[in-house]
Design a protein around this ligand. Sequence first.
Ligand SMILES: NC(=O)C1=CN([C@@H]2O[C@H](COP(=O)(O)OP(=O)(O)OC[C@H]3O[C@@H](n4cnc5c(N)ncnc54)[C@H](O)[C@@H]3O)[C@@H](O)[C@H]2O)C=CC1
Ligand SMILES: O=C(CO)COP(=O)(O)O
Length: 335
Amino acid sequence: MTRTLKAAVFGTGSWGTAFGMVLADAGCDVTLWGRRAALADAVNSTRTNPDYLPGVELPRNLRATTDPAEAADGADFTVLAVPSQTLRENLAAWAPLLTPDTVLVSLMKGVELGSAMRMSEVIEDVTKAAAERVAVVTGPNLAREIAARQPAASVVACRDEAVAQRLQAACHTPYFRPYTNTDVVGCELGGAVKNVIGLAVGIADGMGLGDNAKGSLITRGLAETTRLGLAMGADPLTFSGLAGLGDLVATCSSPLSRNHTFGTNLGKGMTLQETIAVTKQTAEGVKSCESVLDLARRHGVDMPITETVVGIVHEGTPPMVALKELMARSAKAER
Ligand SMILES: NC(=O)C1=CN([C@@H]2O[C@H](COP(=O)(O)OP(=O)(O)OC[C@H]3O[C@@H](n4cnc5c(N)ncnc54)[C@H](O)[C@@H]3O)[C@@H](O)[C@H]2O)C=CC1
Ligand SMILES: O=C(CO)COP(=O)(O)O
């Protein structure tokens, strides 16, 4: 008889909890770690996460704790689902507690400010784990839809295909269909940059621009993501897959996307501070637009949409001025 696999999920926000449900539904014993005792108690006593997934009944084989050692104990998979810019500091505290040989799994879609590292690189840097033991889950996976067990495909990326296959088996359910990929760089870039393009499309929606603008931003956004990916050694085909186009379409079409909604509020004329005040959850693109632009400059890649988003979000450029500048760029061939 095969042993029941154990998973630790660090982060009791919407995606940490929803992916914990997926793992539990697939048969794993899951322990969520969260900072707040009140939320961990609510998960254990009411079998719901009232703060992040109200109304969703959690599986019986999922529990929560505020003790990172208890969560980490014996975990076959250690899943990381905290905001990207907090990962390094949190993981440094958790690293001594981790089970040797556990597979470290990033759910995060961001790039670290300052170092411009992808999340798997931060994980390797902090834990000294080999890249073959670090995996990424990404794709069109809006947490609320997954928590409602609505169907979605996903990507499980790891340099070691066998490790990706183990994780794939551990999270495959009737409603969640993961595909493996060994292009970790491309998969992570797809996830991080789509948040920036999601902001751009949200801004356009908020300004009242039409579907032609949306289609143009999605397509040219994918073009600049692919350019960056090529410069960083990614497989260009990854960007036409779930981690690229798939996630971009879901994010840019859905009111459930925090990045899209954040952009819409900016496009409607809210200030950055007002928009931050009404945003209760992590919109990674707001910070990662700067680290993505940093990566682009380090690699000598032109990313005009990302640059425009940085201008609007961080430099106070009015959206209408930014739009005129983007449209007035020199004419060129599509490729
Ligand atoms: N929500 C979604 O639909 C999806 C989210 N993601 C990614 O997953 C990651 C996590 O996002 P969500 O769970 O949606 O965010 P969230 O905002 O719902 O939850 C974030 C969690 O991190 C905790 N947290 C905040 N600051 C912290 C700190 N300094 N130290 C420790 N914990 C802290 C919060 O208390 C909360 O439990 C992000 O990188 C996001 O891009 C990826 C796919 C889908
Ligand atoms: O990554 C996501 C869907 O795949 C969620 O997008 P937001 O972080 O914009 O909500």
